[in-house]
Design a protein around this ligand. Structure first.
Ligand code: F6R
Length: 600
């Protein structure tokens, strides 16, 4: 979702800001803008649409060493140039970008700003106008900024310029991600280190409710009481090539292809010096001592949680419930006596999941976060973290993070089982190696998946994904992948559930993608395929070697049965990718979606 960048130094800031915004494009946005400041004042450029549109709007002859930039994903007010950030106060002295949602903006507007004529429909404009209101009462900008922040309810990451102070960017954060990057003779601000890797790999994390005074030579972090905090920077361990597409036409395709490597990397990272898979003792104690695990996640990560439940229950024999984060806050189930919460989140920033984390921490429960982003909010605020080691996932549609989540969950389940003295009758390291090899075979079969996409999905209005047991969960993920990037109405169903209603939707030619990878339900799912074919459906069965029949469209290599979701999802990822391509959709940046969903 919204992304922020800022630069203060001796170079022209425009190109650094624009390049930074390009690196944040993956988060999802519908408008963008920058404000740059020089001795003549602040110059604001903004546009609805892509950064490329903003680039053409930026005047090349305006040179300025200080600036802030923003990509906006609309929440309050439609996507438009007017609602795009930066927003300015009435006198244009103050200019501000904001990521997050101000929940009490309407109350603040009524209470403080009746006499101010607002230009946009955004909650953000309230912030900049409030700061100016206090400045007009004789309060210094820094103090007015802090006074305004104390009135805000909700989430924010903010960067503020004062046209009367060319030497400073004022920064603050609460619940929304924001980092300060350090350089020689310059400093930067970014929602994500990726945006500013172009100039530095040294970053400082900010805590909620801190404010920061950033000049080109100094970064001063102040806690809510106004006391100066000292904090060491960390090195962002990102390789610039990790965030480039290279020769790939899309990040999504690159990330699909990276999956075998990611699985091998995960095994390496979780292998101890004795060659065994290993997990931090504190996590194993928490797993062993709990009487029930509650997995909390959203979207693709929720689908990974459904498979993770199978891993943990079957291997470690601990009961697991899986909950959609956005529902859990309102419908908290009766919790067991000793619950352990596992948050699965690629970004580690999903606001719905974080909302649950905050409430269960208030209740005194323990939490483990499984994430791809070190230092992310969910990682910092949980008791324990397990990393995915998948490398940056840039395409909005999650692919390698999903399979990485499954791999890490399988390792967690297996190591916990052994820690609890349970017998595991297979070698997970070896089986994950077989999975990685099978993934390679599937990634090499792109042409066949392209053909399936053309044949089944080029013109269809809808599509169904069916499966039983673990294949059903992969079907849910397949349907999500297809709908989010190709805009085809796609739904995943449990095969046995069709006859209870859904089968009414089957018409002549309706594509039905079915997975048959589980011996125990093979006959059942094939029976369900027959039912839909009898009603005119166009079936595409993907089965696992050893279970194939003549009617199957594709046979995936055999892997250890419980691990099949790690590979059976790849045909669905690739079919979705090619369906989106055929339909000329923007594969990496699908409409209306954001990568990091930082609003509830
Ligand atoms: C779909 C997708 C989303 C995310 C969801 C949760 O491809 O990426 O459904 O899985 O928004 O995001 P994280 O995992 O970052 O919490």
């Amino acid at each position: 979702m919204c992304g922020i960048v800022g630069y203060i130094g001796s170079n022209d800031s425009k190109e650094i800001l624009l390049k930074g915004l390009e690196k944040l494009e993956y988060r999802g946005y519908d408008s963008a803008g920058i404000a740059v400041m020089n001795s003549e004042g602040v110059h604001v450029f903004k546009e609805k649409g892509r950064i490329a549109d903003l680039r053409t709007a930026v005047k090349p002859d305006v040179a300025a060493n200080t600036g802030i930039g923003h990509t906006r994903w609309a929440t309050h007010g439609v996507p438009s140039k007017l609602n795009a950030h930066p927003h300015q106060s009435s006198s244009a002295r103050l200019t501000l970008v904001h990521n997050g949602v101000i929940e009490n903006y309407d109350i603040l507007k009524r209470e403080y700003l009746q006499n101010v004529s607002l230009k946009s429909d955004t909650d953000t404009e309230i912030i900049v106008q409030l700061i100016e209101l206090f400045v007009n009462k004789g309060i210094a900008v820094e103090e007015a900024f802090r006074k305004t922040l104390s009135l805000l309810k909700g989430s924010y990451a903010i960067a503020l310029l004062d046209s009367q102070n060319e030497e400073t960017i004022f920064v603050a954060k609460n619940k929304s991600p924001l980092l300060v990057g350090l350089g020689e003779g310059f400093n930067v601000v970014a929602s994500d280190a990726m945006a500013m890797l172009q100039v530095t790999d040294q970053f400082v994390e900010l805590m909620d409710k801190e404010t920061v005074i950033v000049t080109k030579d100094k970064v001063t972090i102040l806690n809510p009481e106004g006391e100066e905090m000292s904090r060491d920077p960390y090195t962002a361990e990102l390789d610039a090539s990790d965030i480039e597409k290279g020769t790939y036409p899309h990040y999504m395709l690159k990330e699909i292809d990276e999956q075998p490597l990611v699985i091998r990397k995960i095994v390496q990272n979780y292998q101890g010096s004795d060659g065994e898979l290993t997990i931090d003792k504190d996590i194993l104690n928490a797993m062993s001592q709990c009487d029930r695990i509650y997995i909390i996640a959203a979207g693709t990560s929720y689908h990974a949680g459904l498979v993770g439940k199978q891993f943990i229950e079957k291997m470690a024999k601990i009961p697991v419930e899986v909950h959609i984060a956005s529902e859990f806050s309102y419908n908290m189930p009766i919790l067991s006596e000793k619950p352990l919460f596992i948050f699965i989140s690629q970004s580690g920033e999903t606001a719905d999941s974080r909302g649950v984390l905050v409430s269960i921490k208030e209740l005194g429960h323990q939490a483990l976060t499984i994430t791809n982003v070190p230092g992310s909010t969910l990682s910092r605020e949980a008791d324990f973290t397990l990393m995915l080691h998948a490398g940056p996932e840039i395409a909005v549609a999650s692919t390698k993070a999903y399979t990485a989540q499954l791999a890490v969950l399988s390792i967690l389940a297996e190591v916990t089982a052994r820690y609890r003295g349970l017998k595991i009758n297979f070698d997970l390291i070896q089986e994950l190696g077989i999975v990685a090899n099978a993934m390679e075979v599937l990634c090499d079969a792109k042409e066949e998946f392209e053909e399936i996409a053309r044949e089944f999905l080029a013109t269809t209005r809808n599509c169904f994904f069916i499966g039983r047991g673990i294949d059903f969960y992969v079907g849910l993920e397949g349907a999500l992948k297809l709908k989010e990037i190709s805009y085809i109405q796609a739904e995943g169903f449990a095969g046995g559930e069709l006859k209870h209603g859904t089968i009414a939707l089957i018409e002549n030619g309706t594509p039905v993608l079915a997975l048959a990878t589980q011996e125990s339900v093979n006959l059942g799912i094939r029976g369900n395929v027959k039912e839909v074919v009898a009603r005119g459906a166009n079936p595409c069965i993907i089965s696992m070697k050893g279970m194939e029949t003549d009617e199957d469209r594709f046979v995936i290599p055999e892997v250890y049965e419980i691990l099949t979701p790690l590979i059976s999802v790849i045909p669905y990822q690739l079919i979705s990718y090619y369906a989106a391509l055929h339909r000329e959709c923007d594969v990496d940046k699908p409409r209306n979606l954001a990568k990091s969903v930082t609003v509830e």
